[in-house]
Design a protein around this ligand. Structure first.
Ligand SMILES: *Cc1c(COP(=O)(O)O)cnc(C)c1O
Length: 450
């Protein structure tokens, strides 16, 4: 198994050929099958003697891969799609082939250096100080959790007599904040948003003060502002929330898993004014920064606070901990880590940052065109003017079941992948446009079915 034999050589060729075809040709949208259907097609693939590489690859190519929706298809507009650049995807092959260890400087200095330059680019765009730094983690969920663990650890050193820690966010915040609160066994305080879905600084202040005065011993240690909500692309009042948080010694975390990618466009960047005051922030390059799964950039204003919370100690690790070098493992909940920031780094190094601004502006322009098409559509209503690249709308008269039936048929007909969501208890549809391959004609094709 560990020898590079002539059989391996020919398998390598088959695998590279398949990978290049997948990259070069527009993939079909494809879609899921049931366990029973898949079992009927492939049976049990794990056998004592093995199937051989060619046969196993054929099973993947012919059956398993087509049972996975192509998240980079131009008419995949559900959830948040993915749209890696060719360079980023190609470099993922290199990362996979290279047995890089991305956890410590000792083992992965070159890789860590490159990842850190990519993090520096994001950090500089956000306006964080030179001393800021962080790590690429698996996704926004782990990024948010790691940041909040750091924040609570810091709060414990500042405030005594606290019986219950509390994190505040808006009702529009991502589900991962609730998940983090559950894991950490802390309270979640939901702050009411204004009519436009924005959490304002003043609302955060009055909600937190009312909560704390009626819950003796409870203390809010962090406020999570969302910079581009997943459902509608709403950006909270970053300045106002930061100023209140600072005045109370509360950690200010900005969840920009989707939205903060748009910092790379000078046209959009001003929407995020106030992000420079963040104690920590996240952005997922696997969403709107054109990198493959899975990568979340987690950046701290003061990384030493993160290291204090996350550094693992053991006899076998102290040789790493004592050398004073930058060890990415120390800044989140993780130890062993893939150098998952390298595909983004390689693509940035290849194309330069101007190309990112251009690609970003293209997706924003398609989102605006989609909003105009919806406004002109006889049976549709735009829910809100798109703030970033998410376009939310309704088809008045349809109930949730009608939306779901339409969505199922759209996929079954291989026209597009758009799933229903809800807003204020009402079913809605939304297009999340992050793929520069998505054209206005793709939007028209989907709207024609409504
Ligand atoms: C997607 C998303 C997350 C979670 O990120 P994952 O990478 O899916 O774990 C968190 N916050 C926001 C605003 C998101 O859009």
């Amino acid at each position: 198994m560990h020898e590079f034999t002539p059989e391996v050589e020919s398998l390598a060729q088959e695998i590279l050929d398949y990978s290049l075809i997948r990259l070069k040709d527009n993939p079909p949208l494809d879609g899921p099958k049931s366990v029973e259907e898949l079992f009927a097609l492939v049976g049990n693939t794990i056998t004592a003697g093995g199937l051989g590489g060619s046969a196993a690859l054929s099973i993947f190519k012919d059956v398993l891969a087509p049972a996975c929706i192509s998240t980079d298809h131009p008419r995949y507009l559900a959830f948040i799609p993915s749209a890696p650049t060719e360079a980023a995807n190609l470099f993922d092959l290199v990362v996979g082939a290279s047995a890089l260890y991305g956890g410590s400087w000792l083992e992965g200095a070159g890789a860590v250096f490159a990842e850190n330059q990519a993090l520096r680019w994001i950090s500089d765009l956000a306006g964080l100080p030179e001393s800021a730094g962080g790590v690429f983690v698996q996704g926004g969920t782990i990024g948010n959790l790691s940041a909040l663990v750091t924040a609570r650890n810091h709060a414990r050193s500042l405030f005594s007599d606290v019986t219950r820690w509390v994190v505040a966010c808006s009702g529009e915040a991502h589900s991962s904040i609730k998940a983090a609160a559950d894991v950490m066994d802390i309270e979640l305080l939901k702050v009411a948003t204004d009519r436009d879905g924005i959490m304002q600084g003043a609302a955060a202040q009055s909600a937190i003060e009312a909560y704390e005065s009626s819950h003796a011993g409870h203390r809010v240690f962090a406020i999570v502002a969302t910079a581009g909500t997943t459902n509608l692309g709403i950006i909270d009042d970053l300045h106002g929330i930061a100023d209140y948080a600072n005045s109370r010694g509360i950690w200010f975390h900005v969840d920009g898993a989707y939205g903060l990618a748009a910092l790379c466009s000078p046209d959009v960047k001003p929407k995020f004014d106030g992000v420079e005051k963040a104690d920590s922030l996240i952005v997922d390059p696997h969403k709107w920064l054109f990198a493959p799964f899975d990568a979340c950039a987690l950046i701290y204003r003061n990384p030493s606070l993160a290291k204090r919370a996350h550094l693992q100690h053991a006899e076998y690790l102290d040789t790493l901990n004592d050398d004073g070098e930058w060890n990415p493992s120390d800044y989140a909940i993780q130890l062993t880590r893939r150098s998952r920031g390298l595909p983004l780094w390689f693509s940035l190094a290849t194309h330069g940052t101007d190309a990112y601004a251009e690609a970003m502006n293209k997706t924003m322009a398609v989102a605006r065109a989609a909003a105009d098409l919806i406004k002109a559509h006889p049976r549709l209503e735009l829910l809100v003017e798109p703030n970033l690249s998410i376009v939310a709308f309704t088809r008045p008269g349809w109930d949730a079941a009608a939306y779901q039936a339409w969505s199922d048929k759209l996929l079954a007909d291989q026209i597009g992948f758009v799933t229903p969501s809800a807003h204020n208890g009402q079913p809605i549809l939304r297009f999340a446009i992050v793929n520069p391959w998505t054209q206005v004609s793709d939007i028209e094709a989907i709207l024609a079915t409504l």
